[in-house]
Design a protein around this ligand. Structure first.
Ligand code: MRU
Length: 356
């Protein structure tokens, strides 16, 4: 891609993020030198998208201990836990956040009795592995998913599950990029994705930069384009997938899924295994983030609703598994019944990622 979503700055020992709240108008990189600013960047959606949140949080832990004076195992453990607790409190839905933080907590605990500087180096290596694995995962999701697309097809997507949401080419959009590279001439309809407009500001931006045909639509146009027979399939990402295949993703995904079902359009979910939470049986158990009312009441041009109006602003919804035609993961494509297919993929012999 011709931009970098997340980068570790070795010289500064800092995390550099492309500030996604400024897109598409400005390309501004923000340098985070403490874990609190990484947490704030996640909370304010400067970095967003489930896999990218996980990678950023892992480096957030590294930033936290990198410049500390902690010089023994116990104090590093304390500092890692403090940073991880603050980072974990930023956004509740994307399970990748907790998955990545667990890996960081585990790493420090595997280094009891090791000199402090070596533990810090091990934490950096772990964050770099999480990032490198994410890159590979995106490529594999792209390859598995592209096999489902035929030349000339049109894909509808919701929110942004692209390079901006990962350290690689994305999940849903990795499929599009891969199919495009295979010469399949794929066109994308991007829902604008109210209220934060990830589809308009981010998906349309990155697809256009990659030279992929994209048509932006209002969220409430999705039914019409499906009725006009212009959509061959829907591909979306996921923030958390339950063991039964229920999928939490950006608010509005559930509506798109119901529409796709009504128009007999397949809906594919593209997600890394780090977004699959086999510890929960169904989507009922997925915590849904609620965000501030101003996301809805304040548009770019100013206030769009009366000050006193009551607002309900869940950032995600849960699509029941019955609406999901397939779940595309790096390990392969899962089909219904998901309780069996996801379990089988989770037990698949899986070579560890080779990292540079
Ligand atoms: O609130 P966001 O922008 O973090 O929501 C992002 C999504 O819902 C994505 O579809 C999901 O995280 C998958 S990203 C590969």
């Amino acid at each position: 891609m011709n931009f970098t979503t997340i980068r570790w700055d070795h010289d500064e020992g800092a995390l550099v993020l492309l500030d996604q709240t400024r897109l598409p108008g400005e390309i501004i990189y923000e340098t985070c030198r403490d874990f609190q600013s990484v947490a704030e960047a996640i909370r304010r959606l400067k970095v967003r998208g489930a896999p990218a949140i996980g990678v950023a949080a892992a480096f957030g832990v590294v930033v936290g201990v990198q410049h500390s004076r902690a010089d023994d195992y116990a104090s590093i453990c304390r500092e890692v836990d403090e940073a991880a607790d603050v980072l974990a409190a930023t956004r509740p839905t994307a399970v990748n956040l907790f998955w990545a933080l667990d890996r960081m907590r585990r790493t420090v605990r595997e280094h009891r009795g090791v000199p402090a500087e070596d533990i810090k180096r091990a934490l950096l290596r772990e964050a770099q592995s999480i990032q490198a694995e994410d890159e590979t995962t995106c490529r594999l999701i792209g390859e598995h998913g592209a096999a489902l697309l035929r030349p000339g097809q049109t894909v509808l997507t919701h929110c942004n599950a692209g390079a901006l949401a990962t350290s690689g080419t994305g999940t849903a959009l990795a499929v599009v990029y891969q199919a495009h590279d295979e010469g399949k001439r794929i066109h994308v309809f991007a829902d604008e994705t109210r209220p934060v407009l990830q589809g308009a500001r981010l998906t349309a931006w990155e697809l256009a930069r990659a030279g992929i045909g994209v048509t932006l639509i209002c969220d409430n146009t999705a039914a019409q384009v499906m009725k006009e027979g212009r959509i061959d399939c829907v591909i979306v990402g996921a923030d958390r997938v339950a063991a039964n295949g229920d999928v939490a993703n950006k608010i509005g995904t559930y509506g798109v899924a119901v529409l796709a079902d009504a128009h007999e359009v397949p809906l594919y979910v593209a997600a890394p295994f780090s977004s699959i939470d086999l510890s929960i049986a169904s989507g009922h158990e997925i915590p849904i983030e609620e965000r501030e009312a101003t996301e809805i009441t304040q548009g770019p041009g100013g206030r769009t609703a009366p000050e006193e109006v009551e607002v309900y602003n869940p950032a995600f919804d849960v699509t029941p598994a019955r609406y999901v035609s397939a779940i595309i993961t790096e390990r392969g494509v899962a089909r219904q019944p998901y309780a069996e297919s996801l379990d089988a993929l989770s037990h698949k012999v899986w070579e560890p990622y080779v990292t540079g």
